[in-house]
Design a protein around this ligand. Structure first.
Ligand SMILES: Cc1ncc(C[n+]2csc(CCOP(=O)(O)OP(=O)(O)O)c2C)c(N)n1
Ligand SMILES: [Mg+2]
Length: 709
């Protein structure tokens, strides 16, 4: 509807308001109300313009903030750009405008221009992000932002305890059904974190209505038992009321009493997105009732009634906004697309290259041989001393959560003792237990890392990493790329992995590293011995990329893989295999627990046939991996076998075998061999486990097959 049709009588009828009257407007001066109108109207006009452009096929996706403008602009007005931190969702166009994202920038995002500040043309429109304003790059999964906001608020506390910065996170009503929302509320209330949650409830999640979404139909009521959580219920179509609600929430949060939640009801008049047609599931009556609350109509009506603006001034403003959007549209349509050949930019840090020689420092051995778990513990301690931004958290990683008892007890320090004593050494602010919630552990690490901390989060068992998978794949690994280098998450996730435990069974023995090596942007490290664990962990901690650091449980305390400590500056670059044993007849490419088994297999074969010599490569890092070392070795031996602990089909060996077949085919004297677990779960009974996981004999058989061919 055109504004002039909507307000034919909107001429100035009252005396202009004075500053005193601002009290009536929630503390806002008339100028602030006019600015809010400008933001809200611009927001709607931009949506309208994008819808037009989408229909003309000049942009490729559209999702609007229509109906959310009042609460969204209010949140952006109540908080401080560049000082507070923002995790908005796709309906928050008005918030972003209020914070300082320009219409020109939004339209550059819509066309996917290379100059788009949010993502350089990599993300859909309305996936906000602006480093200069502290608007953290937003992704598409609903709800992941909640946990990152927790980590961000923790970072505020860690980096500057005197800071009054608030972290604001928003979502729709539907996203509150995600477990991540509840994990975030629990974490926020446990630590009384300075987070304002704003739930913009438009009554639908695509086509699913609230009563099928939220038990009892009111999320504010549902969360009312969370201790310390301030709750504001507000009409999210009313700008002034919404502003007051968010401001009060922010004040409460700043006072240090705990987090706050604003539940704002609003409308969604433009369907879910341009791919949706709400007439299919909303009646005309429902749609008419929504239209009657439309803030874009009601707010200017109210401004005129109050005498803040007259009809003429409104017309001038609206005209001005139209001109700005028109100019921005023309500029966007003429903007250059992302440069050809730039697709891999910002996948990894362009500042720190963990594969470079800068990370190749020689060991300076001292002391007695130490186990792999001891080396991990010592390396963590050394790096924590060196870098105050390192914090360690996860399930059971602290020595004793009850501070009063800490001195009296030996302390837990992880179910494998990898972090034992670190809380005692570095304090409970830097080493702490979290609730049992893996998505939260990963999400909090992401929020902290985005702020420049170096979180080292532990996932207790690889078998339980899956709740964190969305955070790892869709957030941790994509942040730098999707924000075109605007944000990064160089967190380290340490994970205990692997079998050969005699009794570990299905859920304490899993491998599955390929699920992660398949993720662009993520480094995956898998050391087989104490020395490599030390050097590679230190590299992970000094690198600028997210790292999944896999620690094989069976290798933690093996006598054969011990090492004297190589010193506090020992580093191993990523992407460099180690030649465990030289040979000329066959190459075995392996890593983790199969390094030792391959070695025993090689010794066995060589003992029986002295004409054979087998080369063993321990890859050490799986992403990136050392193709040059594989190539060199295969060119020398002409026969190759890839051995890993995980299931054979679709396993890590499949990719290496395919690459060898495609690039080294004419150097081979035999088909590529592969060894892996049977394609099933790891069984509890040791005999069953032995049958399922690859053994020395399995490697011997496959190696002899390749040698005989
Ligand atoms: C994890 C996840 N599941 C599903 C989707 C698809 N999806 C996108 S928006 C949406 C509905 C969200 O509803 P709500 O949270 O109420 O926000 P609204 O769009 O109504 O503002 C769904 C199901 C998604 N993006 N992410
Ligand atoms: Mg909704």
């Amino acid at each position: 509807m055109d504004w002039e049709d909507a307000f034919p009588m909107a001429t100035r009828t009252k005396a202009p308001v004075t500053a005193d009257l601002a009290v009536r407007y929630g503390g806002l001066e008339p100028e602030a109300l006019i600015r809010a109108f400008r933001v809200m109207h611009t927001s709607r006009r931009l949506d309208d313009r994008e819808i037009l452009l989408k229909r003309q096929n000049r942009i490729f996706f559209q999702i609007s903030g229509a109906g959310h403008e009042a609460i969204s602009a209010a949140a952006g007005t109540a908080l401080r750009a560049g000082r507070d931190w923002f995790y908005p969702y796709y309906r928050d166009r008005a918030m972003c405008l209020a914070l300082g994202v320009t219409p020109a920038e939004m339209l550059l995002t819509a066309v996917g221009a290379g100059a788009d500040v949010a993502s350089g043309g990599r993300q859909m429109p309305s996936h906000w992000g602006a480093p200069r304003l502290n608007i953290v790059s937003q992704s598409s999964p609903t709800g992941t932002q909640f946990l990152q906001a927790i980590g961000c608020a923790e970072a505020t506390r860690h980096l500057d305890p005197s800071s009054d910065a608030v972290t604001l996170v928003t979502s729709g009503d539907g996203a509150t059904s995600e477990g991540e929302f509840w994990e975030a509320l629990n974490a926020a209330c446990l630590d009384r974190l300075p987070v304002v949650f704003v739930i913009e409830n438009n009554g639908f999640a695509i086509s699913v209505p609230l009563e099928k979404q939220t038990a009892g139909g009111n999320i504010a009521k549902l969360v009312s038992g969370f201790p310390g959580l301030a709750i504001e219920e507000v009409d999210g179509c009313d700008f002034v009321a919404s502003y007051q609600a968010v401001r009060q929430a922010a004040e409460y949060v700043r006072s240090g009493q705990g987090p706050a939640l604003v539940h704002a009801t609003c409308i969604r008049p433009y369907s879910h997105s341009l791919s949706d047609e709400e007439k299919l599931y909303k009646t005309d009556e429902e749609r008419a009732a929504e239209a009657a609350r439309d803030p874009i109509v009601k707010f200017p009506e109210w401004l005129v009634q109050e005498g803040v603006l007259d009809r003429y001034a409104l017309q001038v403003l609206v005209h001005d906004i139209d001109l700005e959007i028109q100019a921005a549209t023309e500029a966007a349509l003429n903007a250059a697309p992302p440069p050809a050949g730039s697709a891999l930019l910002h996948l990894y840090s362009d500042r720190v290259d963990p594969c470079s020689d800068a990370f190749a420092t020689p060991p300076q051995f001292a002391g007695d041989p130490r186990t792999m778990v001891d080396e991990i513990n010592l390396t963590l301690a050394e790096e924590m001393r060196r870098n105050p931004q390192i914090v360690i958290f996860g399930e059971d990683v602290a020595d004793c959560s009850r501070e009063d008892h800490l001195r009296k007890l030996k302390g837990k320090g992880g179910v494998f003792k990898a972090t034992h004593g670190l809380q005692k050494k570095f304090g409970s602010e830097r080493v702490f237990n979290t609730p049992l919630a893996e998505a939260a552990i990963a999400g909090r690490a992401i929020g902290m890392a985005t702020r420049g901390m170096k979180p080292v989060a532990e996932i207790q068992f690889f078998d339980y990493i899956w709740p964190a998978m969305m955070q790892i794949r869709d957030e941790l690994a994509s942040m730098r790329w999707r924000s075109n280098g605007g944000f990064a998450c160089p967190a380290v996730l340490r994970v205990a992995i692997g079998g050969y435990l005699s009794g570990g069974a299905v859920y304490h023995s899993q491998c599955g590293e390929v699920e992660f090596t398949h993720i662009p942007g993520l480094r995956v490290v898998f050391p087989s011995n104490a020395l490599d664990a030390c050097g590679l962990l230190r590299t992970a901690l000094r690198a600028d990329d997210p790292v999944l650091f896999l620690e094989h449980k069976r290798l933690y305390r093996e006598p054969y893989n011990r090492s004297a400590h190589p010193g506090p500056d020992f580093l191993i670059p990523f992407g460099r295999a180690s030649v465990v044993k030289g040979g000329r007849s066959l190459t075995i490419v392996t890593f983790g627990a199969l390094v030792q088994k391959s070695l025993l297999a090689a010794i066995d074969i060589e003992k029986r046939d002295s004409s054979v010599s087998i080369e063993i490569l321990d890859l050490r890092t799986l992403a990136p991996y050392d193709w040059e070392a594989i190539r060199r070795s295969v060119e020398k031996t002409s026969r190759v076998l890839i051995a890993h602990e995980d299931c054979l089909s679709w396993g890590y060996g499949a990719e290496i075998a395919a690459r060898i077949a495609s690039e080294l085919f004419d150097r081979l004297d035999a088909p590529v061999g592969r060894v892996g677990a049977l394609d099933t779960w790891v069984g509890y009974h040791p005999q069953l486990e032995a049958e399922i996981l690859p053994q020395v004999d399995t490697i011997v058989r496959e190696a002899e097959k390749v040698l005989r061919y």
